[in-house]
Write a protein that binds this ligand. Structure first.
Ligand code: NAD
Length: 456
């Protein structure tokens, strides 16, 4: 495939100004939605082939969010694209000042594999809403979903506007050599660094949606049953292959035993047949990840689950207790169905330990003690999170979604996404009928006194 030609065609198309027309953008967004709706069975088939994900979960965790955001863009793009008047101030009287939202230009979206539709198509439609052209590179690991996205998009959209390129490291490295106006990357921290370095060569602005070890506090004063229910759902959804999954739990020692019992009860209810492919329980994406995950399971610390089926790449929901920060499972983001539980007797010490580590993408706090919630929200830095819930913050488009520090740079969803793909151009617009002499030579004491009086 000639990337150079596609990139150059997109540059020319962007320069034709067609994407700046808001009517055009809205029409294209409606078209994306209609194509996805009309081809849902193909989307379900592909994702099931890739990692056994059911229609229910695909709709719930991928398509519904995508449709929801497209609907928001269709409704709000006109308003968000309008130039906005702002105050001018006395220095420039009698001018007008305004901000013009303008698209950045040609954009590159690189997707991760774990929610292949949402993580590729959502940034792409966001870029389109803001008036950009898009080259989309989905993850190559789930090959069928990458293939179906390429087919549906490339058969229905001209390549100078929206185009899917398939491929892995080699292809992505080649595309990254081209000067884009924006790169939006979702994936791991090591590859995020590669993308950031490549973008630096052309000073291309970058959004990095990365991961991290998202901690979950379970504290006295929480509703243990609901806490366990919500954590179990969030952790084992997608078999733990979720960037905002609760990576590990920090539980107050005084409620550790009841909490672990509540977890076990919930797993029994939610995943009674977690080893059967036809149920809503996923495979691990590939053998490499399966082997990486199974090596993290310390049999002596498993208090629930621990069974694995290599031929099906299934790891049953697993809970490990008596875990310490020095255990291997605590080194990197787990990204699989293993939940380590660390108990603590001093919240101060637990907070100090968390602060020693990189800032994660999410934090979840389970307690009804408002004072403790306030303290944790004030003291800990992380991308976003929830109080008495996990994961669900990302379903609210009014909440910008993104990381901080090692968990990412920038954010998207709703207006935050529109802003991510927009440059806000500031304009001072001055008439010629009034020309105060103060800024011009000769500088006199009289003028200086007047300026000082006016400007304070
Ligand atoms: P990954 O970094 O391996 O791959 C992401 C993309 O980068 C893929 O499209 C891949 O083809 C490409 N890529 C891989 N190696 C490359 C290289 N050397 N040079 C150029 N491109 C390369 O990530 P992944 O395994 O697909 O996803 C898992 C990670 O992504 C986890 O850390 C998870 O937390 C994170 N993630 C973050 C979010 C978020 O929204 N913040 C969402 C999903 C996943």
């Amino acid at each position: 495939m000639d990337f150079k030609e596609i990139h150059s065609k997109q540059k020319s198309f962007f320069n034709s100004n067609q994407t700046k027309d808001v009517g055009f953008r809205i029409e294209q967004l409606k078209k994306v939605k209609a194509i996805l709706k009309a081809n849902e069975p193909l989307l379900y088939e592909a994702i099931y082939a890739d990692f056994g994900k059911s229609e229910y979960e695909t709709y719930l965790t991928e398509l519904s969010l995508l449709y929801h955001e497209i609907n928001i863009f269709i409704k709000k793009t006109r308003k968000w694209s309008r130039k906005k008047r702002v105050a001018t101030g006395i220095t420039n009287f009698p001018a007008r000042s305004y901000i013009i939202p303008e698209p950045l230009g040609t954009t590159l979206v690189i997707g991760a594999w774990n929610y292949p539709y949402q993580l590729s198509l959502l940034p792409a439609v966001t870029a389109m809403a803001a008036g950009n052209t898009v080259i989309l590179k989905p993850s190559e690991l789930p090959s069928r979903t990458s293939e179906i996205m390429a087919k549906l998009i490339n058969e229905n959209f001209p390549e100078e506007y929206l185009h899917v390129v398939e491929g892995g490291v080699k292809e992505t490295s080649t595309i990254l050599e081209f000067p884009f106006d924006k790169i939006f990357f979702t994936g791991s921290i090591p590859v995020g660094k590669i993308v950031y370095q490549a973008a630096a060569k052309t000073l291309t602005p970058v959004t990095l949606e990365l991961g991290g070890k998202s901690h979950t506090f379970v504290l006295p004063g929480c509703n243990l049953k609901t806490t366990a229910r919500r954590i179990v759902w969030a952790k084992f959804l997608n078999a733990g292959q979720t960037c905002v999954a609760p990576d590990y739990v920090l539980v107050d020692k005084s409620i550790e035993h009841e909490f672990i019992e509540a977890l076990k009860n919930e797993i029994n209810k939610q995943h009674p047949e977690s080893g059967t492919l036809r149920e809503n329980y996923l495979q691990i994406i590939n053998t490499k990840n399966f082997d990486r995950l199974t090596a993290l399971i310390d049999d002596e610390k498993v208090c629930y689950g621990g069974q694995t089926e290599k031929n099906k790449r299934i790891i049953h929901p697993t809970v490990m207790h008596n875990v310490s920060f020095d255990d291997k499972v605590m080194d990197d983001e787990i990204f699989g169905p293993i939940l380590p539980v660390i108990s603590f007797t001093s919240l101060d010490e637990a907070i100090a330990k968390v602060k020693e580590r990189s800032k994660p993408l999410s934090c979840y706090i389970y307690t009804n003690n408002k004072k403790t919630v306030k303290r944790l929200l004030r003291e800990l830095s992380f991308g976003g999170g929830a109080v008495n819930d996990s994961i669900m913050h990302l379903s609210n488009s009014n909440l910008p979604f993104g990381g901080v520090g090692f968990s990412g740079i920038g954010s998207y969803h709703g207006k935050a996404g529109f802003d991510t793909f927009t440059h806000y151009k500031s304009i001072l617009d001055k008439p010629c009928w009034f020309e105060p002499p103060m800024k011009y030579l000769p500088y006199t004491n009289g003028k200086l006194n007047l300026i000082k009086k006016l400007l304070g």
